[in-house]
Design a protein around this ligand. Structure first.
Ligand code: ZN
Length: 742
């Protein structure tokens, strides 16, 4: 189906164009200032409430002009919780919704009496319409469903600007409103765009103001609910459109609850027809997961319809409040990289945790596996967690107390005969930012502990890196990554530290659990430390300080110290949780192989724990460059068919180049250099074997992981070079799924 091309940009985290910030001055509200007013709205839109079709006489946008039909389509509603402004006038500011002007165009009305009655051609109409639908939905979630979900970016009601969406018009580079709407994750506010009457950027000749459509309001609020319930980690654009599907699900459910359309009406399965969206809520019919979702051209608004449609089948089966509650509690168990089938598993788990009846659970399961093809039934059991207490609230399978004395947490996966020689990996996704894979028994470095019948990973250092207040979402895969276990949510709690531990930029060989000084680090000869600032978005910029100490593991004496100051800039576009990279001079760590490195940092008043990492690897000669490859410019991935190059050689150098391909015996190639000083030698690349497989997007990628370094015999001495870790892509196989019989 055709979707306006401009909509492809909707709901993306994007840089907002510069705009004057003109928020109304909000007085501290006393309880007696809150009044229930009244106003006119569309409920949920002028077509649904009248069962009219777009294009019927009077039921067209007509550049925001009023018509007798649209005037009559308004519904008078109570507006609860209204506060007063500094001049004593009533405004659309309440405990659940809060009209603000994000740009210099203020369309939030102020009235001496709490009566907000306008016709749809008045820009204040959209302010009232959005207030009413946001207030009602937030009360439904918090009071009817009993789930405390509200913005974490600020206190008070959900902030929205009824005419605040601004974009740069590609035609002339000017900033103007857009016929669209957007939930902004960077500040938790909803921006609605104006339509053609306001000169909006649009490829439609006659588009309405978007806050006029209550289903658009609920869709955008759905993005907010998804953001808030995941603590800022909703799966976003590239992950199968889950976020768009969540917004569409709540909008479709809201429309369904109004009961205006019947199953035979085309509008029954179309959401936001008045705004021109027509998102389908029966898109699953004749389609299969994952093929039709991943083949949606990476268009999240199309792919997301599968999620909303499948969940509407479940909602019809078990009822709106039950399904809405399971949806929100299930989403709380998901993270940034959650795909639709994982989210389905989480919603089912939530329904079990909420003690739904067998009939309700069956209704959800049948929607997912019979109406749709999420295949949730055949998933392997979850990993076993050792040393952790059961979670205390829904959405947490286990509680990991970071303040516990000497904690030790493990995740174990049962091994079966067919695992021999296969790739088995544990995948962790911790909110809000990171993802890490721990390798399996056959292929990777020996991180797991192997014992008869099971492989166990030590989660303790990872939990400390992730930090208090975060969740580890943990699942494992076998073979090629296509079969994934049921995910577990591990909730991290602790009072002592508010920042996660610092760590070294991951190498594919060593990960984050040690510092390998033998490995090539970066071109300027420094080692790179990463910090993740998990303070809430919106906190001000602050100065930070990194402390580094080298400690002898036997005597526990400090042998060396280093510290670096950095400035924390909160205005990193596109990132809700900034990652900082601080380069440490090689000389402050390199000579201390075999010792322990202790890292800690603070940002403002917040402090990290002290993280201790072993320093491993042989120190390289500072005079030698690492091996280089003709076609690579990035140390983690590349193409090495043109072979390796060793530079800056002296006459008489005997060069031994080492290729350590993971899982096989090292290959050593030797040559003697006889050219002029400063010249180079070339070595042909060996044939590479696949030893690492990962699934990404719509394909399975097979890599060869290897490390290269060389030794030089020069004037009776042996010099060691820095090493270079590589992941070379061997092949890419598209994921295909066989269609199930009807
Ligand atoms: Zn959206």
């Amino acid at each position: 189906m055709a979707i306006k091309t401009l909509l492809a940009a909707a709901c993306l985290l994007a840089l907002s164009p510069p705009a004057a910030i003109a928020e109304p001055l909000v007085q501290h509200q006393r309880a007696e200032d809150q009044a229930t007013g009244r106003g006119y709205v569309f409920d949920p839109d002028p077509l649904s409430s009248t069962r009219a079709h777009y294009g019927d006489p009077g039921y067209v946008n007509n550049h925001d002009q009023d018509s007798p039909q649209l005037k009559a389509a308004r519904v008078q509603v109570p507006l609860p919780g209204l506060g007063k402004d500094i001049n004593g006038k009533y405004q659309l500011v309440g405990p659940w919704a809060h009209c603000v002007a994000i740009t210099d165009y203020d369309s939030c009305p102020h009235e001496t009496a709490p009566v907000f009655e306008y016709t749809r051609d008045n820009p204040a109409f959209e302010a009232v319409n959005a207030y009413f639908h946001i207030d009602r939905m937030m009360r439904y979630v918090n009071q009817t469903l009993g789930l405390a979900i509200h913005p974490f970016q600020y206190a008070g009601g959900v902030r929205y600007d009824p005419h605040g969406l601004r974009v740069v018009d590609p035609k002339d580079g000017k900033t103007r409103t857009e016929a669209n709407a957007r939930y902004a994750r960077e500040d938790g506010r909803i921006q609605f765009g104006g339509g053609s009457a306001h000169g909006a950027v649009s490829d439609e000749p006659d588009s309405p103001d978007f806050a006029e459509d209550g289903l658009v309001v609920i869709h955008e609020l759905g993005h907010g609910l998804h953001d808030w319930v995941t603590h800022g980690a909703p799966a976003d654009y590239e992950y199968e459109g889950l976020g768009e599907g969540v917004g569409d699900y709540f909008a479709a459910g809201y429309a369904r609850d109004h009961g205006r359309w019947r199953p035979g009406d085309p509008e029954y399965h179309q959401v936001a027809v008045w705004a021109g969206e027509k998102r389908a809520s029966n898109w699953h019919i004749g389609r299969h997961y994952p093929a039709d979702v991943v083949n949606a051209g990476n268009e999240a608004h199309i792919a997301g319809q599968y999620w909303s449609s499948c969940n509407m089948v479940a909602r019809d089966a078990i009822g709106g409040p039950a399904m809405d509650r399971a949806m929100l509690v299930g989403l709380a168990m998901t993270g940034r990289h959650t795909r639709q089938d994982q989210a389905a598993q989480a919603v089912l788990k939530a329904a079990e945790a909420l003690h739904y009846t067998a009939a309700q659970l069956d209704g959800i399961r049948r929607a997912y596996t019979e109406s749709c093809s999420y295949g949730v039934a055949g998933w392997p059991p979850p990993a076993k967690i050792g040393g952790a207490a059961p979670g205390r609230q829904t959405g947490c399978d286990y509680l990991l107390d970071l303040d516990a004395a000497d904690p030790q947490w493990t995740a174990s996966v049962p091994l079966q005969d067919s695992d021999a020689g296969q790739d088995l990996r544990l995948e962790l996704d911790w909110t809000p930012l990171s993802r890490l894979r721990l390798g399996g028994p056959a292929i990777e470095m020996a991180w797991p502990q192997l014992s008869p019948g099971k492989a166990s990973w030590d989660l303790t250092p990872l939990a400390k890196i992730a930090g208090a207040g975060r969740k580890l979402i943990l699942s494992y895969t076998r073979d090629d990554g296509r079969v994934r276990s049921q995910p577990l949510a591990l909730c991290l709690e602790g009072k002592t530290h508010s920042l996660p531990a610092a760590y070294f930029a991951a190498s594919p060989f060593v990960g984050r659990l040690a510092v390998d000084v033998g490995n090539y680090i970066n071109a300027s000869g420094t080692l790179r430390v990463q910090l993740e600032d998990n303070r809430l978005p919106g906190e001000p910029s602050a100065a930070g300080e990194l402390q580094l100490a080298i400690v002898d593991p036997q005597s526990r004496q400090t042998m060396h110290q280093y510290h670096a100051n950095f400035r924390q800039d909160r205005k990193v576009p596109g990132l809700t949780v900034p990652v900082f990279r601080i380069d440490i001079p090689y000389a402050d760590i390199g000579p201390y192989s075999g010792k322990l490195l202790q890292l800690s940092y603070r940002i403002g008043e917040a402090r990290s724990p002290v993280a201790t990492y072993p320093i491993i690897g042989r120190m390289a000669s500072p005079d030698l460059p690492p091996p280089t490859f003709a076609n690579i410019d990035h140390p983690d991935a590349g193409e090495i068919s043109a072979g390796a190059k060793i530079d800056r050689l002296q006459p008489g150098d005997e060069v031994a180049l080492h290729w350590e391909i993971v899982g096989q015996k090292p290959i050593v190639m030797t040559q003697t250099y006889s050219g002029p000083a400063g010249g180079q030698l070339r070595f042909a690349a060996p044939s590479l074997t696949k030893n690492h497989v990962t699934r990404w997007d719509r394909a399975v990628y097979a890599y060869s992981r290897l490390r290269t370094y060389y030794e030089i015999r020069r004037q009776g001495r042996t010099l060691l070079s820095p090493s270079q870790d590589l992941m070379v892509l061997i092949d890419r196989v598209p994921v295909t799924t066989s269609r199930q019989s009807p």
